[in-house]
Design a protein around this ligand. Structure first.
Ligand SMILES: C[S@@+](CC[C@H](N)C(=O)[O-])C[C@H]1O[C@@H](n2cnc3c(N)ncnc32)[C@H](O)[C@@H]1O
Length: 236
């Protein structure tokens, strides 16, 4: 079946909106195959459209999450370990797009892919609070903004006064608590140097330890339990 690559002529001429076909997406992702098959490697798509690249990245990461949640020499996935790995996978994917309808569609596609796997693996152990956390993470990670000015935009694609903020999500405590640290996109771009890009085999780590170089300054830090999302915005 031919995939639809253009929604309207107007959108192509106004925003350069042409979607990439699945075959090309996969060929391009294969250029960084190892990273796409690591649960926690971070990806940012600065013109994500409705998500053709990020959904494929999530599919690959969820396959990796299943492997990670399967003990050696066993065939069955441990559901709660998969749940945790799958949350890490979702939280490692970031996107920006100018058009609100694309952003909403992109979040939904990512959620549906995650939720289908979650139900298939975790079955009667699925948890509504965890679902709600994943929606919360997707709302923060897939941003309606301008990747050139680094600002959020309104429904007319005009810059607002709100800078794009990205959260770094980690699970450092060996339980279900997530640490969220917020950074402005501008700050992350400023502290990323050319040396970062070269040293890391052609790739840039968005938040990473910068080996003695200036680290980006975070704005806020929160800790919450992904199975108790009412505490999302509680600072430690
Ligand atoms: C060529 S399409 C690619 C979409 C998707 N990456 C894909 O390959 O299917 C470009 C996308 O970039 C968005 N876009 C254009 N200018 C942008 C900007 N300054 N910041 C963020 N997104 C932008 C458009 O709305 C459109 O969805």
């Amino acid at each position: 079946m031919m995939e639809q690559q253009v929604k309207s002529r107007q959108r192509v001429s106004d925003h350069g909106e042409v979607f990439t076909a699945e075959r090309e997406v996969n060929a391009m992702l294969d250029l960084v195959k190892q990273e796409t098959e690591r649960v926690d490697s971070r990806f940012l798509e600065p013109a994500c459209g409705d998500g053709n690249f990020v959904v494929e990245i999530l599919r690959r990461k969820l396959a990796a999450a299943k492997k990670r949640a399967t003990p050696p020499k066993q065939q069955t996935v441990v559901p709660l370990e998969f749940e945790k790995q799958s949350v890490i996978a979702v939280a490692s994917i970031y996107g920006v797009d100018l058009l609100q309808d694309n952003v909403i569609a992109c979040r939904q596609r990512l959620y549906d892919i995650w939720n289908t796997e979650y139900e298939a693996v975790c079955d009667n152990e699925v948890d509504e609070a965890c679902r709600s956390t994943v929606r919360f993470i997707l709302n923060r990670n897939i941003v309606c903004g301008n990747a050139l000015t680094l600002m959020c935009v309104d429904e007319h694609q005009q810059d607002t006064r709100k800078p794009i903020i990205f959260s770094e999500w980690t699970l450092p405590f060996n339980d279900t608590r997530i640490q969220r640290k917020d950074y402005s996109f501008a700050e992350l771009m400023q502290s990323a140097t050319i040396e970062d890009i070269i040293r890391k085999t052609g790739q840039m780590d968005l938040f990473a330890d910068r080996n003695g170089e200036v680290e980006p300054i975070f704005l806020q830090q929160y800790i919450f339990d992904y199975r108790r999302p009412q505490n999302y915005d509680t600072q430690p």
